[in-house]
Design a protein around this ligand. Structure first.
Ligand code: DTR
Ligand code: ZN
Ligand code: ZN
Ligand code: CA
Length: 441
């Protein structure tokens, strides 16, 4: 078999070839929805406010016993991390502590993985655990840290079986400039980053004069939080000062969908906001922002309770939804002959009615009947013309037919449009045709 393999420069997809390497015929690939968990998202449990406040009491005690704060580089920070880690270890999480250096001091991130779920669909919730040096940092950011911790513990109590892989993070040195979360993201291999379906950030979610702000970043995450508050008949506003102001920025900067909640810092509450939310107009949402009075008295229980329940709502909703909702497959079953050792041919599926970009784990299922499949080069071509190599030719692969499902990181491509499967036979003798192929979002 003489091969003249054309050299193409194509965007090489992040491929995970499901079921087919070498000559073995792949097992039939059950649709992810068929093999995934529930047919629809599960409802979250109530997060007990008393449990969240008990964590805040512990963090306050830690600060009081360590110079009055839980700041980066101080004993109070590591003691806070050890407290959170012990709870998670006891609850069955797989935890890891990531060290880094900032301003001459050692910093620590805590990462906790809940075993199970699709490793190619990671949903992460996080909060910075450090305070400023002037105080205990109970609202900033014990509130977010405690709510995320108690949600993780609720996952364990429920022995939740999510469709996505759940990960939780507590960041060091956020107050020094998002140092811990930047370190985490920068040390994630790009192949790992592309597995993230979203990062949810919770920084100051119990402010004493609270507003209810939702980050206006990823639309699906934003909608999840807005739907939750609509269910409580609590109006929300878009968080306008948030860009770059907390750890979600580290994830957004590398293209990971983000969202989150915020109850306000040093800005003052307007009369209109006091009208809809209660509280005191003309006064800061948190008068103790970055001050020594940010202690356990600096919390609005209603806001903390609502937002803790919102964290759980987001984890349960986004974490247990079918990873491929029914009806998201687009197929072309028309036969297309592939000329022997000739020009490439294409088969098109037109995607409509979707919003935003294609997923980081777009499934391309192909069924090509062709003897000596080593002749074939196969690409997925996005609506804008970007090509993703699915299969290279290989002179010694004499087996017949290509029946496989390829996973492509198409997150930089708009979902709607004409997607093409492009097939070329680059060696003489042996012929075949495209029998069918489909895209599953
Ligand atoms: N930078 C955060 C507080 C903060 C200020 N604006 C926002 C908007 C969204 C989240 C957090 C914040 C801190 O001091 O930790
Ligand atoms: Zn702060
Ligand atoms: Zn903060
Ligand atoms: Ca051939």
């Amino acid at each position: 078999m003489t091969l003249s393999i054309p050299r193409r420069t194509v965007a090489v997809a992040a491929l995970a070839l499901a079921g087919l390497l070498g000559s073995a015929a792949p097992a039939a690939t059950a649709g992810p929805a068929a093999s995934a968990g529930p047919a629809a998202a599960l409802a979250a449990p109530d997060i007990p406010l008393a449990n969240v406040k008990a964590h805040l009491t512990q963090l306050q005690s830690i600060a009081s016993a360590n110079g009055g704060n839980r700041a980066h580089g101080r004993a109070g920070y590591k003691a806070s991390l050890d407290y959170v880690k012990a709870k998670l270890d006891a609850a069955g999480f797989t935890t890891s502590v990531q060290q880094f250096t900032s301003s001459g001091a050692t910093g620590y991130n805590l990462i906790a993985d809940w075993p199970g779920g699709d490793p190619n669909q990671v949903l992460m919730a996080g909060a910075h655990l450090d305070s400023v040096s002037s105080g205990a940092g109970i609202n900033d950011n014990g509130s977010g840290s405690a709510a995320v911790l108690e949600t993780a513990l609720a996952v364990s109590r429920a022995q939740l079986n999510p469709t996505k892989h759940l990960r939780f993070g507590w960041w060091g040195a956020e107050e020094l400039g998002l140092v811990g979360s930047k370190y985490y993201v920068n040390n994630l291999p790009s192949a790992e980053r592309s597995k993230f379906s979203g990062y949810l950030n919770f920084d100051m979610i119990g402010s004493p004069n609270p507003g209810y702000f939702v980050y206006d970043d990823d639309p699906a995450i934003e909608k999840t939080f807005k739907d939750f508050y609509a269910g409580l008949n609590v109006p929300t506003e878009i968080e306008t000062e948030g860009d770059g102001r907390s750890d979600h920025a580290s994830f957004k900067n590398v293209g990971i969908p983000v969202g989150g909640l915020f109850t306000g810092a040093s800005r003052t509450k307007s009369a209109a906001q006091a009208q809809k939310w209660g509280g005191t107009s003309g006064q800061a949402f948190d008068r103790c922002y970055h001050s020594s009075c940010d202690n356990t008295s600096n919390i609005n229980d209603t806001a903390l309770d609502r937002n803790s329940d919102a964290v759980a709502h987001a984890i349960w909703t986004l974490g247990t939804e079918p990873t491929v909702p029914p009806g998201d497959a687009y197929e072309n079953t028309a036969d297309v002959s592939v000329p022997d050792n000739g020009t490439a041919v294409t088969s098109t599926v037109t995607v409509t009615g979707r919003t935003g970009n294609a997923p980081a784990a777009l499934k391309a299922g192909v069924d090509i009947k062709h003897t000596w499949r080593g002749d074939l080069v196969i690409d997925l071509v996005a609506p804008d013309g970007s090509a993703y190599r699915l299969k290279n030719s290989s002179g010694n692969d004499s087996a017949d037919n290509v029946v496989a499902t390829y996973t492509v990181d198409a997150s930089s491509e708009t979902a709607n449009g004409a997607w093409k499967l492009r097939v070329q036979d680059v060696a003489a003798q042996d012929t075949g045709y495209i029998d069918s192929w489909k895209l599953t979002f």
